[in-house]
Design a binder for this molecule. Sequence first.
Ligand SMILES: [Zn+2]
Length: 400
Amino acid sequence: MWDLIIKNGRILTMDSSKELNKSLLIKDGLIADIVENSIAEKLDACRVVDAEGLVVMPGIVDCHTHLCEYATQGVHQTVGKSQKMAAVSNFLDCLKSGITTLGEHILGHPVLSTTIEELKETASQTALTVKFATGTCCVGTEPLSYTSAIRPGSSLTQDDFDDAHYAGLAAASDFPGENIFITATVANLPVHLVPNGGKRIFDSDDINKIVKIFHSLGKKIGAHIEGAENIKMFLDANGDVIHHGHGAEPQQYHEIAGKNVPLVATPHGGTSSPPNSPEEIYQALKAGVTVAISSDSYLPVHPEAVGMEGIELVGPKDLFKVCKPTFEYLHERGVSKVDCLKMITTNAAKVMDLDAEIGVISRLKKADIILCKGIPVFDFTDTDSVVMVIKDGVVEIDKN
Ligand SMILES: [Zn+2]
């Protein structure tokens, strides 16, 4: 007896560009087998879903979000204990949008004081897989303002960040996210409030030291970076993942690929520089860089973002819209639809070191699966077209 059978679907496995018209047999939260539809017809299951006409693909992975801190205050205006309720509300928006795994960032906040342990506990009670990256944040106000994941509810200065502090951050971090801001962020603030947005706040000695602290504790490190020179400093220090990477020079993508450093692109904004254009993402892919695209939610759209007319603030529901200009540009130049979709599945899973478990549909991977009325981004960008979301083999969202 199988727990769940999904039959007759148009399966996008992500490890082949061809659609597979077969059935998925699910047991104990895993994809146990992929069989011919005629064989599945004869099998018993607790639940059978007929996916005739629907695209069946891995759950979406958004590897860079801020849904537990800034988006709880910014979107839900919560400041006290209800921060956790707001986080859960944001998580539910993710699940309803087809996102089954999140790379969430905890950077500290001057007002919100819920600890990272409490936020991890809150996330663990939801159906989503949520991994947490812990970081320090520097906002480009005048003077600069600093926060840290391990000192929530405090405004800090750079003097608060000694080696022990970085060791504490590394110990608490689940994956290489924005663990440090090499350049001050504009955050979600209007330009006139962040005159120091994009300003470099670490020199190469600092970056080398912090990377070594993370590596000595067996942790990879990622960074929020804009500007070619800053990207070079992080690569030279053997940093592991570049977030944003706005303003990279075309030839740098070869060096990024050579060092096997993934790029988490945010084509809608996130730094003071113009964001990753479709052409730049194409150059990165051609150079062999593992590129993921993330929503960085919630994030306002940069005025120079390509093809984002009509979107103001990007949340989990808008990830497909953020991908559309890039995916269409790439597909016109011969990149397959599946290779485009890898940026929000397989490659995003790689950034979080979860690619052994999720991101493709194959035997013994987690049964994190979405059923859609067409191919996401190419055929639709509204999340109502994600009609079913299955997490760990359980139907969690059913819009039928
Ligand atoms: Zn971010």
